[in-house]
Design a protein around this ligand. Structure first.
Ligand SMILES: Nc1ncnc2c1ncn2[C@@H]1O[C@H](COP(=O)(O)OP(=O)(O)OP(=O)(O)O)[C@@H](O)[C@H]1O
Length: 778
């Protein structure tokens, strides 16, 4: 064919030609003039498409659109009949009006009931832990998913567009009808026995999620097993219900518990007074974290506080709020505690938990550890967080996970959240911004040098002029506290009876004095009258005597009853507890405290706070190795914490005895972590005893300087606690068991060797406490 003619034949003429040839060949009978080199054999027609020649010629094929329309009509018809059937069935199953009261609006769920976590839906338990409801909701959701999965296998929507699936109302409707239909069928057939079966089935699934390898497989394949969340009912006192309902944290319960359930570590930031310390342990308890069939397989909820007074007072408050006994909500501080085998929530100081880690490395007795007031950055809190960051993955592997909640009153949590050494994947951070009651802050026009005197004058003024409400004054140390207490009592002698408790306290004290033996301590003044000013001069910031302080107080003012109580860390616990007891009607309570009252605690009815803005801090001289105490400005964060003590049970006022310029310019935003300003030899010894060989590699939230670590290792080597290659010696192990500094630890160990232990104990006791004589009768 000439090339021109070829072009005229049109596009792909060769292919079309061969097709016609092929069809010619196929029309020939078998064996009749077959081309042995046939390039193409027509495929055998599919079975499903095989139709008789007659039928094809008679039936008219439907178009695509017509088919669709026909299908729709059929579906609609089917739906209609189903709907009618279901409605009749449902009307026979409708809830009797007597049970309507059990229904709750969904809006009330966030505050009164826990919400479903991301890993599953919710079931409610009585206090015994038996599951009674929630099955219907779960079943319904599961069936919805089943239905979707089944449809997903064939649905053309799935291939074409996701939006189509989401937006198809008919589809949804149909699902709903089918679900209802299935439920009705099951309700007819199963009854309550069927419910139990469902719950059992889910329990098995729940167990499967936590068993080692399978859990890993589930994570790897992206399959998330469903868990039953458990809810334990509490009988709270009526007044507590009211207070709770107003706490900002309670409104966030669902969000907080979702995060705890979905992540091994959660950081919770909440303003002071938002309800973190009192409410979080309750949320965890209500969500079954202490139950063997709970999310972590049972165990205690441990809450650590940096201060003993906070641990004790919070355990009392939380027990009261939950309507449980002190056997169940207990505390443990150094040398003292009321924990029992029934304890489910334990408040303790962070040092106590560190000691427990020495005995039980994986903290098997706990299901959740809550580290409260992490912003204070006490050295024990930091070490604890470092250790917990290593314990959590080990517990995860063991099949009984441990949850950690880090609570902070400030938003400065980057040291925890953005520290890949500590937590390789950043933990979720939740913040509760609001507080319950407003606090008005008043700054002084000028900043006085004699802040104790100024605190005295301000307290007198408030007591004379301002409406009822208790007072809390912040000073730096025990001696200052006692001094101001004396001055205030001299000015406002509390003539009224201060309650049976105080009388009982006095009786107890007298009995105790009697039982001490023949020596009448009353004959010996506790502080020599002459030497008193000398002692006070040691504090370095006050030179005038309290008798020189002149407050303008009339004879009438002196009649105003005021009960003045001290609060500092060395005060015996029963004396500390006095500040939380109710005072008689018409008496104003004035608590003079050190910074132990700065965080966590709530002294009921405190309306006024007087803040001197000062704190006593320990300073460590890296060159000489000597620690000294200095009175300094607090940080802005601490000042805000102090102010927060006024707005706990009512709106309050905070009087700062310094100007706003001082606040802005001289106060640092946050306090320095304690680990950066103290010797770390005792810490290094404890860590070596825990088996941490390379302390420099430990995941500290803020690591101490390499020089401080080096100096500590040198001291320990010199004491014989470490060998030259940095390993713990037998002597070092013995020393680490004593809760005193390594030097005193060695004294005790050697004293035992040389048979003079009783003398050495007296010496160490006298050297290791800051104040060896406690002034009781203030
Ligand atoms: N002993 C108590 N008596 C009366 N009310 C209390 C007591 N303890 C706590 N509350 C109430 O519970 C509220 C929340 O206290 P909680 O200690 O849980 O707050 P928080 O957020 O932990 O504050 P902070 O960061 O200061 O510790 C208080 O504001 C107060 O209304």
């Amino acid at each position: 064919m000439p090339p021109r003619a070829k072009r005229k034949l049109g596009y792909n003429w060769r292919a079309r030609q061969s097709l016609s040839e092929t069809s010619d060949r196929s029309s020939k009978k078998e064996g009749e003039g077959e081309d042995p080199n046939a390039l193409f054999l027509p495929p055998k027609p599919k079975k499903s498409l095989k139709v008789t020649g007659e039928a094809t010629s008679k039936r008219k094929r439907l178009g695509c659109k017509q088919k669709k329309r026909l299908l729709k009509i059929l579906e609609a018809k089917e739906k209609k009949t189903k709907r009618a059937e279901v409605l009749t069935e449902l009307s026979s199953l409708s809830l009797p009006s007597s049970q309507h009261s059990f229904l709750l609006p969904s809006t009330s769920l966030s505050s009164s009931r826990p919400q479903a976590g991301p890993l599953g839906s919710m079931a409610h338990c009585g206090s015994e832990g038996s599951e009674v409801s929630g099955w219907r909701v779960r079943r319904r959701r599961r069936k919805r998913r089943q239905l979707r999965a089944e449809k997903g296998a064939w649905s053309p929507h799935k291939v074409t567009s996701h939006l189509e699936v989401v937006g198809d109302e008919d589809e949804e409707e149909e699902e709903e009808v089918q679900m209802i239909e299935m439920e009705v069928e099951e309700a007819e057939g199963e009854g309550p026995e069927g419910e139990e079966e469902e719950v059992e089935e889910e329990k098995v699934k729940e167990e499967r999620t936590v068993t080692g390898e399978e859990a890993n497989v589930a994570v790897e394949t992206g399959v998330r097993e469903r868990r039953v969340a458990v809810f334990v009912q509490l009988k709270r006192p009526g007044d507590v219900q009211e207070v709770r309902a107003q706490l900002p944290v309670v409104a966030e319960e669902g969000r907080i518990m979702e995060s705890v359930s979905g992540s091994p570590v959660t950081v919770l930031c909440g303003e002071t007074g938002s309800g973190k310390t009192t409410q979080l342990p309750q949320f965890l308890y209500e969500h079954g974290y202490t139950l063997p069939n709970g999310p972590c397989g049972g165990g205690m909820i441990g809450v650590t506080e940096p201060r003993r007074v906070a641990a004790v007072s919070m355990s009392h408050r939380v027990a009261y709020e939950m309507g449980l006994s002190q056997r169940q909500v207990s505390y443990q501080i150094r040398y003292e505690g009321n924990a029992t085998e029934d304890t489910v929530i334990k408040f303790m100081t962070d040092g106590v938990l560190l000691r427990e880690i020495e005995q039980d490395l994986l903290l098997q007795r706990y299901s959740v550890v809550v580290v409260d007031e992490a912003h204070e950055r006490s050295v024990f809190t930091d070490i604890l967080l470092g250790l917990l960051s290593r314990i959590i993955p080990l517990r995860e592997k063991s099949g009984r996970p441990l949850k950690l909640v880090v609570m902070s009153a400030t938003l400065r949590v980057e040291d925890f959240t953005k520290n890949p050494l500590l937590f390789p994947s950043p933990p979720p951070t939740l913040s509760v911004e609001s507080r319950q009651f407003p606090v008005t802050v008043h700054f002084s026009r000028r900043t006085p040098t004699s802040y104790v005197r100024e605190a005295y004058l301000k307290t007198c003024k408030i007591h004379k002029r301002l409406p009822p409400g208790h007072l809390l004054v912040f000073l730096t140390g025990q001696r200052e506290v006692l001094r101001l207490c004396r001055a205030l009592r001299g000015t406002f002698p509390c003539t009224q009876s201060t309650g049976e408790e105080r009388e009982e306290g006095g009786r107890r004290e007298r009995r105790r004095r009697k039982s001490r033996g023949d020596v009448d301590l009353d004959k010996y003044p506790l502080l020599p009258e002459v030497g008193r000013t000398e002692c006070e001069d040691e504090e370095g910031e006050e030179e005038d005597k309290e008798t020189d302080w002149k407050a303008e107080v009339s004879a009438h003012d002196r009649q105003l009853p005021m009960l003045v109580l001290p609060l500092y860390s060395l005060l015996p616990p029963e004396r500390q507890a006095e500040v939380f007891r109710p005072v008689p009607e018409g008496v104003r309570l004035c608590v003079v405290a050190t910074n132990v009252a700065e965080t966590s605690i709530t002294i009921p009815h405190v309306k006024y706070v007087v803040d001197t803005g000062k704190v006593k801090r320990r300073y460590y001289d890296k060159v000489t190795g000597i620690s000294t105490f200095r009175v300094e400005w607090v940080s802005q964060a601490s000042a805000n914490q102090r102010a927060g003590r006024a707005g706990r049970t009512q709106p309050g006022h905070c009087y700062r005895l310094y100007s706003s310029a001082v606040f802005q310019n001289l106060l640092s935003q946050f306090s320095q972590p304690e680990i950066c300003s103290r010797p770390v030899d005792d810490l290094v010894l404890q860590m070596k005893a825990l088996g941490i060989e390379r302390v420099a590699h430990f995941p500290f939230p803020t690591p101490p300087s390499p020089e401080a670590l080096q100096a500590a290792e040198m001291v320990l080597e010199g004491l014989g606690a470490l060998s030259s290659d940095g390993r713990l010696t037998d002597l070092g192990r013995t020393m680490s068991r004593f809760p005193v500094s390594p030097r005193y630890g060695k004294m005790l160990a050697v004293g035992h060797q040389y048979n003079c232990l009783p003398y050495v104990i007296s010496l160490v006791a006298a050297l290791s406490v800051k104040v060896s004589v406690v002034e009781i009768f203030v």
